[in-house]
Design a protein around this ligand. Sequence first.
Ligand code: NAP
Length: 279
Amino acid sequence: MVNPGGVPSRPDMSYDRSVMRGRLDGKVTLVTGASRGIGRATALAFARQGAAVVVNYSKAHEQAQRLVDDIQKAGAQAVAIRADVASRTEVRAMVEGTLARWGRIDVLVNNAGILHRGNILTLAEENLDEMIAVNLKGMIHCAQAVAPHMMKRRYGKIVNIASIAALGTTMADTTPYAAVKASIVALTKRFALELGPHGINVNAICPGFIRTDMTSVGTPQELDARVLSMAGRAMLGRVGAPEDVAAAALFLASDEASFITAQVLTVDGGRMDFLSHSG
Ligand code: NAP
């Protein structure tokens, strides 16, 4: 800043605090799989920016309730709702419960997901079925239940959490998971196509290796080795934290991203192991 005398002045810090607003002030948001990991960080980020949050979970009741208590203590609104996203009936009940409480849903983050390891020869059929039911059908159930209400108001943001596995990584024992996650990318673009004319933005995030319960398998030594190896594959030289993905979800859920739809945002620290076709 330059003052009339031409002398650089300090930035004007006397802004009017009444015009400072959270990026999701007054929005009603539903985050699936919010009891732990990426979903939990996303719910917290949303609440900090003024949103009311539905913390969905399927089993981890205590963790979901603790998160709700923390959000409420911080002065924001939240409620925990149990629903297995693989069940269309339970998802519909969750959405109806949210509408009964807050009257609308502005943002849906389809985050709930599971990972069953296995390759094309070793994966058990029930594990494949469960991944399809939770990771793929779960997103369809939630979008089908929420979209009609968003369409009525001609407003809505849907953020689907896919994975860099969808983009062609080479991590062992994740082939069926990768295939299911790849379908989320296609689904995101089709949802965006169908819902765009109704004022609804639909985007996907592809996280890289993020330290959560999902990736914390094996002995501490095995985990350390995996983290080191994954960090070594990223241009930024580190693995991700749930907050890294939450920040991207916050952007896509906010009106700052109102002209962005059908996009896939990769949040992986710049992974190099599937970057080049010629290297
Ligand atoms: P996480 O720590 O294992 O947490 C998974 C969350 O999903 C939990 O809150 C869990 O709640 C919930 N969930 C699981 N099954 C559910 C169901 N049937 N209905 C409702 N909620 C269910 O996993 P995360 O690492 O945060 O992963 C979150 C999302 O990011 C997943 O879609 C995952 O595929 C994706 N992702 C993760 C990574 C990574 O490196 N961590 C990388 C790429 C993509 P309950 O415990 O109550 O069941």
